[in-house]
Design a protein around this ligand. Structure first.
Ligand code: NOJ
Length: 544
């Protein structure tokens, strides 16, 4: 294994839904053994770290983000032994695995909640947040706007209201209770002892509530998160914590603490919708604005960036006008909208236009932060907006053209396969793309491999390049003597730009076979949606 303690800064993540990936036992559900059998595929793509969506026993009212037992595996996915085997197999391949840690809430089926609602005097009563009225914490917003009316739900058996930031089937844990704090530390130790390399910590802004606040990002919440980090620093120093806080960068900043005492990583949510804005407008302004408003983070931290994930494309981090515009452009049919977002996958969002899909991936792999690929996006999978909730972007992985896309030998699968003319598995599948030179899969694999050869992509500084046009997102990534120039033509027009290179040479990183050596003031013609990754050749290289 790589033993660099900052390993997370260099990795390419792959977000995988175990149920959707590969069914090894023929029951119609993907499982851990199935995922294990596909590790070589992921290795070949260039993935270094898997992020597994929740795999715990759960009634699946929120697809596993409603945990009924923190210490086991959902039977659909396998057993703890299967999980250990997966970890071993990944580690043997120099790949890491992080899992979802859902700490803000449990399922209402969790034995703690069952005991709490039955008996006012049970120790578990205080594991949750109760009230005689539904008026407390009224400044806290509702997150699942389409389906949840209040953050309080009356529980007949308990004779009180309980607090929940998500579905009513997900009661919030009471982090003011030291016993709850200890329980979660035990859960963390359990999975770290099994060998996981870290956690994607779900919904961290909401752990603690206080009257008169919006109950997000409170100092008390940070204090507990720091305890978790202290525990890791003392006992598991090479494991990581990734914060899921769908907030503005200045609000995420405190989650990094001083660089050593809270999270290692945090998602950069607001970059994502602005990538979609920029490419639709052919103008980098929105992207530039958010990156210019992103404060520097400590050396030991890193952002995680992504194009899509298992949720709706969230539009919480844009203005109401921008949201309306994004909905109009990207979700013309009402069914495409969900909560404050859009339930579509990457390829359909980009009109299945190969140039646009590549361009957004070009930015994913070159902007500051560690990139996360959402399973299936590497082959341009489609979605099914008619499935409930966010299930339309969680359909079975498309491996080949055989029955059920090679995902399962069972007649029925947990969700229908995508089988339409454009995105159906007869056209869009792994096997075909792996065999076809120039396929999207091959292109993404190429991008990842180039990224890995140039540490400036993962650790370098970032600087905008003045390209004389806002249609081009041009920037420089610098690390020591290494200097990379990235040009992304966001528009559907040819753009001509020039770079003053002061007599230095440029190498085109994506076409190493035909390097373009040029000198002095360089003019580039970028075709619509074209991107170039260039390396300024160091003087010493010229001597050889
Ligand atoms: C964020 C997760 O990404 C989402 O899928 C889930 O519904 C909520 N947190 C609640 O756990």
């Amino acid at each position: 294994m790589m033993n660099d303690s900052l390993w997370y800064k260099d990795v390419v993540f792959y977000e995988v839904n175990v149920r959707a990936f590969y069914d090894s036992n023929g029951d119609g559900y993907g499982d851990l053994r199935g995922l294990m059998s596909k590790l070589d595929y992921l290795k070949e793509l260039g993935v270094d770290c898997l992020w597994l969506l929740p795999i715990y026993p759960s009634p699946l009212k929120d697809d596993g983000y409603d945990i009924a037992d923190y210490y086991n595996i959902h039977p659909d996915y396998g057993t703890l032994d299967d999980f250990k085997a997966l970890l071993d197999a990944a580690h043997q391949r120099d790949m890491r695995v992080i899992t979802d840690l859902v700490l803000n809430h449990t399922s209402d089926q969790h034995p703690w909640f069952q005991a709490a609602r039955k008996d006012k005097n049970s120790v578990y009563r205080e594991y949750y947040v109760w009230s005689d009225s539904d008026q407390m914490f009224s400044e806290a917003r509702i997150i699942f706007l389409d389906s949840v009316e209040s953050n309080w739900t009356w529980d007949e058996e308990a004779g009180q209201y309980y607090w929940h930031r998500f579905y009513a089937s997900q009661p919030d844990l009471n982090f003011d209770n030291p016993a709850v704090q200890d329980e979660i530390l035990k859960v963390i130790a359990f999975w770290l002892d099994l060998g996981v390399d870290g956690f994607r910590a779900d919904a961290v802004p909401y752990l603690i509530e206080r009257e008169g606040t919006n109950c997000e990002n409170l100092p008390e919440t940070h204090a507990y998160l720091k305890k978790i980090r202290e525990y890791l620093n003392e006992n598991y120093p090479d494991r990581i914590l990734l914060a899921e806080a769908n907030q503005w960068p200045e609000e995420v900043l405190p989650y990094f603490g001083d660089g050593t005492d809270e999270f290692h990583m945090g998602f950069h949510f607001p970059v994502m919708p602005r990538l979609f804005m920029s490419i639709r407008k052919g103008d980098r302004s929105a992207l530039q604005w958010i990156l210019d408003h992103t404060p520097p983070i400590p050396e030991t931290n890193q952002w995680c960036i992504f194009l899509r994930n298992h949720d709706e494309l969230t539009l919480e981090m844009v203005t109401p006008e921008e949201r309306e515009w994004l909905w109009k452009e990207y979700a013309p049919e009402p069914r495409m909208r969900l909560n404050q977002g859009i339930r579509r996958r990457l390829a359909p969002l980009l009109d299945n236009d190969r140039r646009k899909i590549e361009l957004l991936n070009s930015m994913l792999f070159t902007l500051p932060g560690s990139p996360i690929i959402y399973y299936g996006d590497e082959i341009g999978m489609g979605d099914n907006i008619w499935l409930e909730d966010r299930n339309g972007v969680r359909t079975p992985m498309q491996w080949n053209q055989s029955m059920n896309a090679g995902f399962s030998r069972n007649e029925t699968t947990y969700a229908p396969l995508i089988d339409d003319d454009v995105y159906g598995y007869h056209r869009v599948n792994v096997e075909t793309q792996m065999q076809t030179p120039g396929s999207l899969w091959q292109t993404i694999k190429g991008m990842i491999s180039v990224r890995k050869g140039e540490p400036a992509f993962s650790r370098g500084d970032f600087e905008w390049l003045d390209c004389n046009t806002r249609a081009v997102a041009g920037y420089v990534r610098n690390l020591g003597g290494e200097r990379l120039i990235i040009l992304n033509n966001l528009s559907d027009q040819v753009q001509t730009i020039s770079c003053g290179m002061h007599g230095q040479n440029l190498i085109d990183l994506l076409h190493r076979d035909t390097p373009s050596f040029q000198k002095g003031q360089i003019e580039f013609q970028l075709q619509p949606y074209e991107y170039r990754w260039l390396k300024v050749q160091a003087l010493w290289e010229l001597l050889y």
